[in-house]
Design a binder for this molecule. Structure first.
Ligand code: DQA
Length: 177
């Protein structure tokens, strides 16, 4: 059972960026807490942050055990395919992530590409926002993710990450990998 926590653009600035909106907890604090929580829940967890839409798409594809290129998509991707590109690329990772917790940042409101990546890999995901996006600018109310998310968390501050991981670990049927 393996959870991938993804943070999108500007979330590397958590704790420093608009603290009246996003609070004072840093991304390093969030990720350290997430790792401790995962250990106590007996699941494995990986964290990924990027300011780049394409890098997030690539990481989501990898979460399915798929490579980054069209060529490796043709190759068998299971762990049994000894010596395959994929098992080399991901030697320290389980082949497949069982759930994704994602704070897409501003990509929430813009990214068909990240939405399509999540739908393409067919891995269940929880969408999370540190702030209450419904109490802010009107355009933040639209998300490219919410209609496909298993659950949505917003406005809980940094605690939202704890809540999302707890929910993903205990209430989503995670595949054994
Ligand atoms: C955010 C909300 C988004 O509207 C914003 O662009 C972010 C962070 C949040 O965590 O509250 O970057 O996803």
């Amino acid at each position: 059972r393996h959870i991938l926590l993804i943070n999108g653009p500007n979330l590397n600035l958590l704790g420093r960026r608009e603290p009246h909106i996003y609070g004072s907890t840093t991304l390093a604090d969030v990720e350290a807490q997430a790792h401790a929580q995962a250990a106590s829940l007996d699941i494995s967890l990986e964290t990924f942050q990027s300011n780049h839409e394409g890098a997030i798409v690539d990481r989501i594809q990898e979460a399915a055990g798929w490579g980054l290129t069209a060529k490796s998509l043709d190759a068998p991707s299971s762990a049994e395919s000894d010596g395959g590109e994929q098992s080399k690329n991901n030697s320290n990772r389980p082949d497949r992530v069982s759930a994704i917790v994602i704070n897409p940042g501003a990509l929430t409101h813009t990214s068909v590409a990240v939405r399509d990546a999540l739908l393409g890999v067919n891995i269940p995901f929880v969408e999370l926002h540190v702030s209450n996006v419904y109490a802010r600018e009107p355009w933040r109310k639209h998300s490219y993710f919410s209609d496909k998310a298993v659950a949505i968390i917003c406005g809980m501050g940094a605690y939202g990450y704890t809540a999302a991981i707890e929910f993903a670990a205990r209430h989503m049927k995670l595949e054994e990998v």
